[in-house]
Design a protein around this ligand. Structure first.
Ligand SMILES: *Cc1c(COP(=O)(O)O)cnc(C)c1O
Length: 232
């Protein structure tokens, strides 16, 4: 019941933000960030119409994956090279590509199962030590490296701005990310098909919509507080 009400409210907020931004006709994908949430809650969310879940831990994703029949999964957290093999056949999109070594491994594992894996380049837009991602000035060179991996489809950009309470500051970060997204659209590599801009979470997705996001990653706004006593 809680999830249904939350989800309705989030959908309302998304619609209002789209209208305000003059983006009524645009498709915006809502990813339900289900990390730390128990499977019952994911089932409830799935029954409400949320069919894409975002997880940031490999083990947790692998555990939940068989439990929700028909759901789609996105990987949104820092991904260790040695764990790619566990999720390569399970996820629709990896939001967090942040190194050449990881790209090489994803390419290799995707090739083994004859798959072309869609990925987003994570950009560390706030240049924070605590966050993964490439720096904005590295995106061009990183893209060049990625162009040699035929089993990866580079599909866009993901970013998480630094935590802050000032909408104007958040807006400035999202604007920067949007500019990178537009720039990367002009790159003519065979394995680039740029169409996703993943930014915006519970506290800032209206601003993200205003600044051009088309994938939102919303956790607490849908599921309520996170459940950190899973030992993670
Ligand atoms: C946890 C998480 C979210 C969701 O955050 P909320 O504030 O709960 O909406 C979004 N993106 C990433 C990468 C996350 O790790």
């Amino acid at each position: 019941m809680e999830i249904l009400l939350n989800y309705d409210e989030i959908k309302d907020r998304i619609e209002r933000a789209k209208e305000k931004a003059g983006r009524k006709a645009d498709e915006i994908l809502l990813v339900g960030v289900s990390k730390t949430q128990p499977p019952e809650k994911l089932k409830e969310a799935f029954n409400c119409g949320i069919n894409v879940f975002g997880e940031n831990k490999v083990q947790e994703l692998v555990e939940k994956y068989p439990l929700i029949d028909g759901a789609k999964w996105h990987f949104i957290g820092h991904l260790q090279k040695n764990k790619v093999k566990y999720i390569i056949d399970k996820v629709e999109l990896i939001h967090s590509l942040d190194s050449n070594e990881l790209a090489e491994e994803i390419n290799k594992r995707a090739g083994k199962i004859n798959r072309i894996m869609p990925v987003l380049i994570q950009v560390n837009i706030g240049r924070e030590d605590t966050k993964s991602g490439v720096l904005e000035e590295e995106v061009l060179e990183f893209s060049k490296l990625l162009s040699k991996y035929p089993n990866i489809l580079v599909s866009g950009i993901m970013a998480i701005p630094p935590v802050n309470k000032n909408d104007e500051v958040t807006r400035t970060y999202f604007k920067k990310v949007y500019n990178i997204y537009n720039e990367i659209k002009t790159y003519k590599y065979d394995n680039f098909e740029i169409k996703y801009l993943s930014m915006g979470m519970t506290g800032d997705f209206e601003i993200a919509i205003e600044q051009g996001a088309n994938i939102l990653r919303v956790g607490t706004g849908i599921f309520g507080k996170r459940n950190y006593n899973r030992g993670e």
